[in-house]
Design a protein around this ligand. Structure first.
Ligand SMILES: [Zn+2]
Ligand SMILES: [Zn+2]
Length: 393
């Protein structure tokens, strides 16, 4: 009897505990970004709340020994999407081994021609191992629409640059390969991350002419903190609260430069450096981002997201192709289905061939003929042609 009474008292106590009577909305599931320590180079992994994975760059060749086992710890099955921001060795060097050992469902690169032995070898491996190969080409039917990749739970990766053929690749820059790096913004609730590859000042200046909301909680600093990139006007638009610089300790380039560090300091960004602090872990709950460096005694830093709008903030200026509105649309599906195409995926057949491709297939860029038939849906394409083997649309 006494025992039963004790139980009753316990239940009463539990029921009276704060929070039990009025349960609060559960916190959002975490979105995690790992900025790996790859020495002089870049590699970052996004793990979405639903477990979708995006690897942005694969470090220099010598990084693969550490990166492959690290990715195996963090990724179940193949990586959903591998993005190579641009074909420089400090960004693509580890990708061959990573794709061979971990696997990838899709591969995206800027499509900028840069003949080098390492890039050619990577494309060979990608051709053999990766199901879908793509460039961030806008949908010809709505060229102003930015390409987005849905990662579940409202997490969206929007590709801001490049956007050929809508906007030509930048040329006559300090480095055209760097200047045409893929620039992408990851958004989750009020928090966001901006990935800039090795973007040049020309990239930043061009992007600033577009009606894009650049505000980002965390900035992956362009070009390892080189002195030309991270211009004051660009940082004023991004307003980063935290900035991650990926570079090797004692590197030959003097990265990060005092000039870039000064400008980041001027906008009040908390700077993290992989050369001093090792891997940097950034976890977003949709409201704040907690950044934890692996090395040293620095405590985690919590910054509050201020992202109020999605990526586009108004109509795109009129352009040659009769621009309409720069609205962002959710991709038509979710990874890993063929979904990174802008909504209303279309299919293209080339004259003199019996097959059709998805419109983002690289075979279309390489094609000699410009004479092509565009199908609005797969069913109409299937009526006249069969699916191409390379992109398997
Ligand atoms: Zn580069
Ligand atoms: Zn680089």
């Amino acid at each position: 009897m006494a025992f039963a009474r004790l139980l009753l008292v316990l239940f009463a106590l539990l029921a009276a505990l704060p929070g039990r009577a009025a349960p609060q909305a559960p916190p959002l599931k975490p979105l995690t970004v790992y900025f790996f320590d790859v020495g002089q180079g870049d590699a970052a992994l996004i793990v979405s709340p639903t477990g979708k994975t995006v690897l942005i760059d694969g470090g220099p060749p010598e990084a693969d020994e550490a990166l492959v086992p690290r990715l195996r710890q963090l990724v179940q099955g193949p990586i959903d999407l591998v993005i190579m921001t641009h074909p420089h060795l400090d960004h693509l060097g580890g990708l061959v081994k990573i794709i061979q050992a971990v696997g990838a469902r899709r591969f995206m690169d800027p499509g900028f021609n840069h003949p080098s032995e390492s890039y050619r070898k990577l494309l060979d491996v990608v051709g053999q191992k990766v199901g879908q190969v793509m460039t961030p080409t806008p949908n010809p039917g709505s060229p102003e629409t930015l390409l987005t990749v849905g990662l579940g739970e409202g997490v969206t990766l929007t590709i801001l640059w490049p956007r050929t053929p809508r906007d030509a690749f930048l040329d006559d820059t300090r480095s055209d390969v760097n200047a045409n790096s893929i620039v992408a913004k990851l958004t989750y609730g009020k928090t966001s991350f901006l990935f800039t590859g090795d973007a040049e000042p020309e990239t930043e200046a061009f992007l600033l002419t577009r009606p894009i909301d650049f505000t980002s909680t965390v900035l992956k600093v362009a070009h390892h903190g080189g002195k030309h990139s991270s211009t004051a006007p660009f940082l004023a638009a991004v307003k980063p609260q935290a900035a991650v610089i990926s570079c090797g300790s004692g590197n030959d380039y003097g990265h990060p430069t005092p000039e870039a560090l000064q400008r980041l300091g001027d906008v009040g960004a908390r700077v993290f450096r992989t050369d001093l602090q090792g891997e940097v872990l950034a976890v977003s709950n949709g409201t704040t981002v907690t950044l934890t460096p692996k090395k040293g005694r620095s405590a985690p830093v919590v910054v509050t997201g201020r992202t109020t709008s999605p990526v586009a903030k108004g109509p795109m200026p009129s352009g040659a192709s009769g621009a309409t509105r720069g609205k962002v649309v959710q991709a038509s599906g979710k990874l890993p289905a063929a979904s990174a195409r802008a909504s209303g995926a279309r299919y293209v057949g080339l004259k003199g061939s019996e097959v059709f491709h998805s419109e983002d297939c690289r075979a279309l860029e390489r094609a000699k003929t410009q004479e092509r038939t565009v199908y609005k849906d797969r069913a109409s394409a299937m009526r006249e042609r069969r699916p191409a083997k390379d992109c398997d649309p």
